[in-house]
Design a protein around this ligand. Structure first.
Ligand code: TXA
Ligand code: MG
Length: 318
């Protein structure tokens, strides 16, 4: 098992010798390594069993720092960065040579993000290099939202996890790229399209991943528990699966006829940010119960609700 603590100096020493460290962000925990070192980057892919065609996000402490790694920031990208950084927004920007091709899977753009977590901000400011960090879960599994999640799955592969408590957004960053300087969303996430459009105007959405070489990591099946997950009307599904042990992931109320200990409610007050914050932790809990199948329902498709539904669909795809 890895050690969990808040010793920044220890994290720095490990990162400087190309070791990996679990880091907190507002979205999910990251598995971080020196983004300028091919040795550290290779370790990230290896520890996650991640295919090399799936590029990594590079984390920086500020917009000024981002300029060291990209050749150009389109006007609308800068507008977004000014408004939403630090925050759950990743911008795909043309990379400088200093970013190794291994980090971007050979793409000419690099995903850059300035995360919002005091411990990680401090870490990034103290380090002489940016941090490449995918979500700290084995490839394809549910993303971690606290240090214990990271330890359960990668604890035998890394030595240290910085303890930043529970993530307060709970969904990965929204990924925005640019074509002819117009913004395109490649992944829905912790920043809603409505919030983005209020600043920058129309944002096109292009999620269909497998057919879209610009976002090779947006695979149809992702964020998935090991148990089968079915989405639909919970009451109908519960009746249809009455012969099995079911776990329930509901939006805002419990479902009658299923034991309460087998149910998780994302937000009793129908608050989508609260629902987002609980999503991955509850999916994990249900996955660890003795159930045969997890039944879930979609949430209202507005704001963060669209990103929550996107994660549920990918989690249910086998
Ligand atoms: O919130 C987050 O973004 C978290 C925290 C740790 O920052 N990180 C995260 O990383 O979710 P990861 O590796 O699990 O997902 C990053 C996704 C990949 O699936 C990949 O497809 C996409 O970002 N990506 C990264 N660089 C890209 C690029 N140059 N072009 C297209 N997609 C890119
Ligand atoms: Mg991930």
């Amino acid at each position: 098992m890895a050690e969990i603590g808040s010793d920044l100096q220890k994290a720095i020493t490990l990162l400087q010798s190309d070791e990996l460290v679990g880091i907190p962000t507002e979205t999910v925990y990251g598995l971080a390594g020196n983004a300028l070192s091919t040795k550290a980057i290779a370790k990230i892919f290896e520890a996650k069993d991640r295919p090399f065609f799936d590029p990594l996000i590079v984390h920086v402490p500020s917009i000024e720092a981002a300029y060291q790694y990209v050749t150009h920031i389109p006007e609308k990208a800068l507008l977004l960065a000014n408004h939403f950084w630090p925050g759950p927004l990743t911008l795909l920007l043309p990379k400088k040579l200093i970013i190794p091709d291994l980090a971007t899977s050979g793409l000419s753009t690099v995903g850059i993000r300035c995360p919002q977590h005091p411990l990680t901000t401090q870490l990034l400011k103290l380090l002489p290099f940016p941090l490449a960090a995918p979500s700290a879960n084995p490839f394809g599994y549910i993303s971690p939202t606290n240090p214990q999640h990271v330890n359960q799955q990668l604890g035998n592969r890394i030595r240290y996890i910085l303890d930043g408590g529970e993530c307060n957004v709970g969904l990965e960053s929204t990924i925005i790229g640019f074509e002819q300087d117009q913004p395109i969303a490649y992944r829905l996430g912790g920043l809603s399209i409505e919030q983005l459009e209020a600043i920058v105007g129309k944002v096109e959405i292009q999620l269909n991943a497998s057919s879209n070489p610009a976002a090779p990591g947006q695979l149809k099946s992702h964020y998935a528990p090991t148990k089968k997950l079915i989405i639909g009307d919970l009451e109908t599904l519960a009746v249809a699966h009455a012969h099995l042990r079911v776990g329930i992931l509901a939006f805002n109320r419990n479902v009658s006829g299923v034991e309460i200990t087998q149910q998780r409610v994302l937000s009793h007050s129908s608050d989508l940010s609260e629902a987002a914050q609980h999503l991955f932790a509850y999916l994990r809990e249900l996955d660890q119960l003795s159930v045969d199948v997890i039944l879930a329902e979609e949430v209202p498709p507005v704001g963060l609700g669209r990103a929550i539904n996107d994660r549920l669909k990918r989690a249910s795809s086998q």
